[in-house]
Design a protein around this ligand. Structure first.
Ligand code: GLU
Length: 384
């Protein structure tokens, strides 16, 4: 992907990690926040900018006088309390810093569950639209108070990818404490910065290694995973140093900085974008390899004949995952039939639907227009 295309990005999600906003001792780094605010305000002139900012937990811990945990991490409730204390201070810091450049900020707190609901997703989208039209910079964070395990996004790299789907961004810039993705651990002898990633393969995921450092939640692994999801939604991602003055501006002017992950599909929008980015399946429809090929390679709908079964309970119109191997869904769509009916229709011909159920909505279990393909690197078709 030519870097010059980045200059055309009009809607940006900029994710700033805790490592970029705190110093080596874990204290909030006002200087870096102020510098970044100046750069973001300059960008927000010609482009729409949404900021996803971490730092609430770190700021809260600072206020509460809690030392950074060594070895065993804080439990969830402690982190939630820190986030609740730190969030207003985080907003204050951005509000003041961006305010110096004439920009107003808005606080947007979200959870994965919010965005998985189509109705709430649309409400959030409307709010974002209004804010951006008014030149406001939305500052997004996870609503940590209510975000316990099953409903939380967990890390702001993933949150940035969800937000990108919600605001239909064309570029997500993740500012972090390294210059980008290295082909082996940065600092290891001979480690090279990877400038472009055309596709997130298993090898790229290996380069990203495991979880984060003391000061970052997800490390490289969640960034690369988010970049992979974004690529499938047609969105480019760049990993950049959050400490290098002018990095974002230079990148958008074509400089060879950071790591750029190219989009692998056309930009999804509307319902497809939501299905791909935010929706969570309420169950899984299991299909055979032939149905997978028809859907993934020939752009067909899912018919009863290719269905092997269904897991979970979902109703008509609910999002469902579609998979050969339930651990690795390859598509997500809106169910045309409820879970119990899908189970009864498994392996039948479309012409048998009425005789089997006593009614028939349509020939398809999931119609093509209600379906998006998910990215699944490394899938091996057993029949190929
Ligand atoms: N929501 C957390 C915070 O504001 C950050 C999560 C993350 O950095 O990924 O501190």
């Amino acid at each position: 992907m030519p870097r010059s295309t980045l200059a055309r990005a009009r809607r940006l999600v900029v994710k700033v990690g805790t490592g970029t906003l705190t110093d080596a001792a874990g204290r909030f780094d006002r200087e870096n926040c102020a510098r970044l605010a100046g750069e973001l305000a300059a960008l927000a002139g010609r482009r729409r900018v949404v900021l996803v900012s971490s730092g609430a937990v770190a700021l809260g811990a600072e206020r509460l006088g809690l030392a950074r945990p060594r070895g065993r991490p804080w439990d969830i409730a402690t982190k939630q309390a820190c986030a609740a204390v730190g969030q207003p201070h985080l907003m204050n810091a951005w509000g003041e810093a961006l305010g110096r450049h004439g920009r107003t900020v808005a606080q947007v707190l979200l959870t994965a569950e919010d965005l998985a609901s189509r109705r709430r997703f649309l409400n959030a989208r409307r709010t974002f639209q209004q804010l951006l039209e008014r030149g406001v910079v939305p500052v997004v964070n996870e609503n940590d108070t209510v975000a316990v395990e099953e409903i939380k996004v967990g890390d702001n790299d993933t949150l940035a990818a969800l937000v990108a789907g919600c605001v239909e961004a064309d570029l997500v810039a993740m500012l972090t404490d390294v210059d980008g993705l290295y082909d082996r651990p940065p600092g290891a002898p001979g480690a090279q910065l990877v400038h472009e990633v055309a596709r997130v393969t298993a090898e790229v995921e290996r380069m990203a290694g495991g979880a984060g450092s003391e000061r970052s939640t997800g490390g490289m692994a969640t960034k690369v995973k988010a970049a992979r999801r974004l690529a499938a939604q047609g969105v480019a991602t760049v990993l950049l140093s959050g400490r290098r003055p002018g990095a974002l501006h230079d990148l958008l002017s074509g400089a060879r900085l950071g790591t750029v992950f190219a989009p692998s599909a056309e930009r999804l929008s509307g319902r497809e974008g939501w299905l791909s980015a935010a929706a969570r399946g309420r169950g899984t429809i299991l299909v055979d390899a032939g149905a997978r090929r028809a859907i993934a390679e020939q752009g067909r709908s899912l018919l009863p004949s290719g269905v092997r079964g269904a897991e979970g309970s979902f109703g008509v119109g609910d999002p469902v995952e579609i998979a050969v191997d339930p651990a690795r869904p390859f598509a997500r769509g809106l169910a045309g039939y409820a879970a119990d009916d899908v189970r009864r229709l498994a392996g039948k011909k479309s012409s048998q639907i009425e005789a089997t159920l006593g009614f028939r909505y349509a020939d398809e279990i999931v119609h093509r227009n209600d379906l998006v393909l998910l990215d699944e690197p490394g899938y091996k078709d057993p029949e190929e």
